[in-house]
Design a protein around this ligand. Structure first.
Ligand code: NAD
Length: 349
């Protein structure tokens, strides 16, 4: 565990086990040098504890990098709750999780993530002040979707093989949850052609009816011939050994940790597929949650989310000038902010 913490530069891991409620939770704080860590709480069925720890560490690191590149004065952290086999009392479990968050004294602010809802955040907020995405503040997903839209627009501008505007573009969206569905609505409004997929057939049907979307099987969506693939389901969908089967020209979506491994980013680069890094593109919800807590207006929040477009364009320009994969350029830009510009040289040394 310490080896993994050292490798990822995760500073703290906190564990909570409560037999009364069945709560088994992990909070990973990756970096708090720029402010309290703000990151979602994932409620998920893990095969074992190692998998849950690994997920918490990877997700927390992504939050530090995301906040740094979004220019948000927040650290990176994430919580995972191992979904119990039988959940007796959801409210009691999330109340206890709130106490766990509270015990960190404000160094971690929790938020919604896969498997948690605004209702859960309300429950957590009954036992700690350090919760966002409650019914008072709202679901950040529409803001995440808006950020992804900016990332997609930037990819269209940056990639010469792609149409100039959304009205002529074909976007394949994987996952029609809180973010994916809102994204489809925005894309449809701008006239994009959509192909969609979800394991939940009701969501697919709704997308077909409301946005005239074409439908692909969940196993086929990433192989669809399209301009941009937008992964908005779970992470790990881009695997190095299957990149040669992809028929998109760019990838820009909300799912955290889309690249199964670092090699997957290199494989995309070799294949000539532009990758708009997940933690750059999906920062809209974080920007919203952070700035809302600081009392900023919605006009200011929308302005800051639009910065995602400029960041993706900047990454693409650097990629054109130095030929490096966008995934590595983004990591380096974030590490310069978090650790100073000597960090890369020290690592290489
Ligand atoms: P969600 O749980 O509401 O939606 C996920 C959707 O993906 C569900 O509809 C699910 O059925 C579908 N799905 C799961 N496996 C699939 C598969 N194999 N093929 C097709 N569909 C599949 O989650 P969300 O809040 O919409 O978040 C989506 C992704 O974006 C997650 O990876 C999340 O971590 C990331 N993210 C979300 C936010 C946010 O504001 N909600 C912010 C940043 C990142």
């Amino acid at each position: 565990m310490f080896t993994e913490m050292k490798k990822s530069r995760t500073t703290e891991l906190h564990f909570k086990s409560d037999p009364e409620t069945g709560l088994q939770a992990i909070i990973a704080l990756h970096n708090t040098s720029r402010g309290p860590a703000l990151g979602g709480c994932r409620f998920f069925t893990y095969t074992d504890t190692d998998e849950a720890i690994h997920d918490a560490i990877r997700l927390a690191k992504g939050m530090s990098y995301k906040a740094a590149l979004a220019g948000i004065e927040q650290g990176g952290g994430k919580a995972v709750i191992v979904a119990p086999k039988e959940l007796q009392d959801r409210e009691a479990l999330f109340c206890e999780f709130g106490r766990f968050v509270d015990s960190l004294g404000g160094r971690y602010i929790t938020a919604m993530d896969v498997g948690t809802t605004v209702n859960d955040m309300d429950t957590i907020a009954s036992t700690t002040d350090h919760a966002s995405c409650t019914s008072k503040s709202g679901d950040p997903s529409p803001y995440t979707a808006l950020g992804v839209l900016h990332g997609i627009k930037a990819s269209l501008k940056a990639c010469p093989d792609l149409p100039d505007d959304l009205a002529n573009a074909h976007i394949a969206v994987q996952g029609l949850g809180h973010v994916g569905f809102a994204l489809c609505e925005l894309l449809h409004r701008e006239g994009a052609r959509l192909t969609v997929s979800d394991i939940d057939t009701e969501k697919v049907l709704l997308c077909e009816q409301q946005f005239g979307a074409e439908v692909a099987d969940p196993g086929e969506i990433i192989l669809v011939a399209c301009d941009i693939l937008s992964p908005c389901g779970m992470g790990g969908v881009i695997q190095a050994d299957t990149v040669n089967k992809l028929r998109c020209k760019a990838i820009a979506g909300s799912a955290n940790n889309q690249l199964a491994t670092l090699d997957a980013g290199l494989a995309l680069h070799r294949q000539g597929i532009l990758y708009a890094p997940d933690y750059v593109v999906n920062a809209g919800g974080l920007i919203y949650a952070s700035l809302l807590r600081k009392g900023q207006s919605s006009a200011e929040i929308n302005k800051r989310i639009k910065v995602i477009e400029q960041t993706v364009i900047k990454l693409c320009q650097r990629h054109k000038s130095n030929g490096e994969p966008t995934s590595l350029i983004a990591d380096r830009m974030a590490e310069d902010i978090l650790y100073g510009s000597n960090y890369q040289q020290c690592q290489a040394g």
